[in-house]
Design a binder for this molecule. Structure first.
Ligand code: ZN
Length: 471
């Protein structure tokens, strides 16, 4: 495969301003067990080549399932570039080309150490444990994800990357008088082998089923305004939806307006807007160990490095890759990624983290007279401009006079992005910071689903509107 790409580039060198070829192989394994019984597992593989050609300042791209089809695709793209030239919106002639070669490898593949049978057996045991004590239903499922990519650019840059990630879901559902309450581990997603996630899974199963029973006997979350403390497994999605998506440059430029949505952020805001309280420090960090979207280079060959997006509450740069940065001349990051060999790289948030502060968990709780602590995302909703949002969590405890109190069910909160981040009153220290992420961030036409990571500490917010479910 590497030899095919090299020969193709040698044969076509000089026929375009720049040429890059990327081979991508993706493998996804999925396993599930319910109520102590395993379902059939599935393994899916997709493999192909992505070719990008720049001719006379026009950038065009396409996908080929095999290396033998690259020469024909090249001819098609050259003809397309010529046809598009009179209608060109952006002249890419002066864009810097990738010059840095390198290699990235995540933790060793789990497929080599745990057999499908061993994974199924573990999930059966977890789903059985989750049911103990009269629970109504249980689920234990996991994904194993493997990606290999190899890219060569006519500028000379050569990049190889191998990533292995896993996601583990554990949940128990309790039932009483026709009502159900489900407690879960939040579908923990990390760039680690699945056996790492299995290490504390048994303990997690016991806690999950006990908390499902607590919830089914709990009062509803009150409808009122309280100080709100969010655990990392809820806060990560708050960061994703109300910081990550509105700061994607292609959204700000309008590319996603038809489908994923727009942004309340304007280009003039980048470098000038106060996004949150001075305690808010948000970093783009694809180098973070074990986070879901770690990598050495983005899919356009831009070398990835950790950078502040929001520093001491101030918005300093946006989440835009090299194409978006070139289009609007604002600072961005190495964040253009493609979901597969037959999709073009677009601006994605990768690992977007909140840097830890100085408060311990106990100090945060002790500082609150009348509040609520919420764990684990259950539902989310946010408008197309990423301004108004509403989130639901699985599990909550009231806070009275600096102490955690009663468990309440159906906890929800709502707010508006900038006032919410301005109300940030405490940021937990490094001990409270946990890595979370998801397999499913959707965007782009045609749709592209990618993995994202968010490592965040426990945080507190002043005066947030909270509400419960139907009585
Ligand atoms: Zn998303």
């Amino acid at each position: 495969m590497k030899q095919h790409i090299e020969e193709f580039l040698v044969q076509h060198q000089g026929q375009a301003d720049s040429i890059s070829v990327t081979h991508i192989l993706d493998e996804t394994q999925y396993y599930q067990a319910r109520k102590g019984t395993a379902d059939p597992y599935s393994i899916g593989t997709t493999e192909g080549f992505f070719l990008e050609v720049q001719t006379d300042g026009v950038k065009v791209y396409g996908g080929a399932p095999s290396a033998q089809q690259l020469p024909a695709l090249f001819e098609t793209l050259q003809a397309r570039a010529k046809a598009l030239k009179p209608h060109q919106l952006i002249d890419f002639s002066n864009q810097n080309l990738p010059q840095t070669s390198g290699h990235y490898q995540s933790a060793k593949s789990c497929a080599e150490t745990l057999s499908p049978r061993a994974i199924q057996d573990a999930l059966c045991e977890y789903s059985h444990t989750l049911l103990n004590g009269g629970l109504f239903a249980s689920d234990a499922s996991c994904f194993q994800i493997h990606r290999e990519s190899f890219s060569m650019h006519s500028s000379g840059a050569v990049i190889t990357q191998t990533m292995d990630a896993s996601a583990l879901h554990l949940s128990a559902t309790a039932e009483k008088d026709g009502e159900t309450q489900t407690r879960s581990n939040g579908f923990k997603s990390l760039q680690v082998p699945i056996e790492h996630q299995f290490q504390d899974a048994k303990d997690a199963c016991v806690r999950i089923r006990e908390q499902a029973l607590e919830l089914i006997n709990a009062e509803n979350c009150p409808n009122t305004t309280l100080d709100l403390v969010l655990a990392p497994d809820q806060l990560y999605l708050q960061v994703h939806e109300s910081i990550g998506h509105p700061l994607e440059l292609d959204r700000i430029l309008g590319d996603e307006r038809n489908y994923a949505g727009f942004s309340f952020i304007n280009l003039e805001d980048i470098g000038t807007l106060t996004y949150g309280s001075p305690l808010l420090n948000v970093t783009f960090d694809p180098s973070a160990a074990s986070e879901m979207a770690s990598y050495g280079f983005d899919d356009t060959g831009l070398k990835a490095e950790p950078l502040h997006i929001i520093k001491d509450g101030q918005l300093v740069r946006a989440l835009g890759g090299s194409d978006s940065q070139y289009r609007c001349d604002v600072p961005g990051v190495a964040c253009a990624r493609q979901t597969a060999w037959n999709r073009a790289p677009i601006d994605r948030m990768a690992n977007l983290n909140i840097e830890p502060g100085s408060s311990t968990f106990d100090e945060i709780i002790a500082s609150i007279e009348n509040g609520i602590y919420m764990e684990t995302n259950r539902s989310w909703s946010i408008d197309d401009y990423r301004r108004k949002f509403q989130f639901g969590a699985e599990y909550a405890r009231l806070i009275k006079n600096g102490k955690l109190g009663a468990v309440v069910k159906n906890p929800n909160y709502r707010g508006t992005t900038l006032p919410f981040w301005h109300s940030l009153s405490h940021v937990g220290n490094a001990d409270t910071k946990k890595p979370w992420g998801t397999l499913w961030c959707g965007k782009g036409e045609p749709n592209q689903v990618v993995r994202v990571g968010h490592a965040v500490p426990v945080c507190a917010f002043r005066g947030v509107e909270v509400f419960g479910g139907a009585a």
